[in-house]
Design a protein around this ligand. Structure first.
Ligand code: MG
Ligand code: ZN
Length: 369
């Protein structure tokens, strides 16, 4: 009997030793499994039913099914339960809840320090891609400060001095056909941007100064059905360019028009935008899987349309995409994560948590190795 207890005790000791060894190993792995590169994909207005539509409305396996970690965020803005895209994106880009309409500024309209600015200071390069104008609320919140989102000319005037090295999307008119007569394409060019307003280019050269601008439409890019392969091509080009930075990069890619389809309660438009976005997520995941140092995050600023996949006339085998509002809703939003640090994005938390988790992962490592 005594021997039995003794050996049980001995076994316990060994296990304790094992687990303490295991703890040390895990800590070591954690330190080493920080990402160097971030691909942050935002589906504007993309709630869980929108994500579900990308699973139900295609024959291929959706990219969403490739993520090992999923979380949920509360997207409420500083004073309103239902956010707009400006406050929603500023929560991601600056870690602060602010008022609806605010671009990179706090509740008192004071400028915030953006994630792109912080990462640039650490030597990383930054890219922004959107299917709206690049000066629209979501992408704007990653490079500009404005008290109102509708001031797209003011927002455009801040691009050349921003921390952005690559951008692609619409919004040309806010640079070169302005009410004040100024031409900010000239300012871009004077600040090392190579500009192409016709098409995305590949094999872009990289050095400490090179920057690229692809403002390809006067205002928004066309809807997915008329846009061709823009979102995927721009993402491929950006990844190829940014990946030449040995210090790493931050790339934000927005499926902007998922939101617009929701506002217009247009299910076909919505599904086509979701499938376009889904394909681009697949590209990002392929890159990250090969690369090993890239964190891919997919989420949304809020849900739009109160979209749901209900049963058509009670037939539980026939989906009927339906909407409950022409505006946004307060439903919690899924966060999908893949790559080093992905496990940190599981759980239920505030939208500002995205910024804080990213910054803690990207903090320069102060521990001596
Ligand atoms: Mg947007
Ligand atoms: Zn919206």
């Amino acid at each position: 009997m005594k021997t039995k207890i003794l050996s049980a005790l001995l076994l316990l000791c060994i296990c304790a030793a094992c687990s303490s060894v295991r703890i040390t190993t895990t800590a070591h792995v954690d330190a080493a499994s920080k990402p160097k590169k971030i691909i942050f994909l935002i589906g504007d207005g993309m709630g869980l039913s929108q994500v579900s539509s990308a699973i139900y409305y295609q024959d291929r396996t959706s990219s969403f099914e490739r993520f090992p970690f999923v979380g949920l965020i509360n997207t409420s803005s500083a004073k309103q339960k239902i956010t707009d895209s400006a406050a929603g994106a500023t929560a991601f880009s600056a870690g602060k809840k602010t008022y609806n309409g605010a671009i990179g500024v706090d509740e008192n309209a004071a400028p915030l320090t953006l994630i792109t600015e912080k990462l640039k200071a650490q030597g990383l390069s930054n890219g922004l891609i959107a299917t709206s104008s690049i000066t629209h609320a979501t992408p704007a919140s990653f490079f500009a400060k404005a008290d109102q989102r509708k001031k797209e000319e003011l927002i455009a005037s801040q691009m050349h001095t921003s921390a952005i090295d690559f951008f692609a999307g619409g919004g040309l008119q806010f640079f070169n056909a302005r009410k004040d007569g100024k031409n900010f394409l000239d300012s871009l060019a004077a600040n090392n941007f190579s500009i192409d307003t016709i098409a995305i280019k590949n094999k872009l050269t990289f050095n400490d100064k090179t920057r690229y601008a692809f403002p390809l439409a006067a205002n928004a890019m066309p809807p997915a059905v008329d846009r061709g392969n823009f979102l995927a091509d721009a993402t491929t080009s950006a990844l190829e360019f940014l990946n030449q930075d040995k210090d790493g990069f931050f790339l934000m890619v927005e499926g902007s028009q998922i939101d617009w389809a929701g506002h217009s309660n247009h299910a076909e438009y919505l599904v086509s935008e979701m499938l376009d976005f889904d394909k681009t997520i697949g590209l990002a995941l392929d890159f990250a899987r090969k690369d090993g140092e890239t964190l891919v995050l997919v989420t949304a600023d809020h849900e739009t349309g109160g979209f749901t996949l209900s049963a058509s006339e009670g037939d539980y085998n026939a989906l009927s995409p339906t909407f409950s509002t022409g505006g946004h809703s307060a439903t919690l939003i899924p966060v999908f994560a893949f790559g080093p640090g992905a496990e940190k994005f599981a759980g239920v938390y505030q939208n500002t948590g995205i910024y804080h988790k990213l910054m803690s992962l990207m903090q320069p490592d102060k521990t001596i190795r």
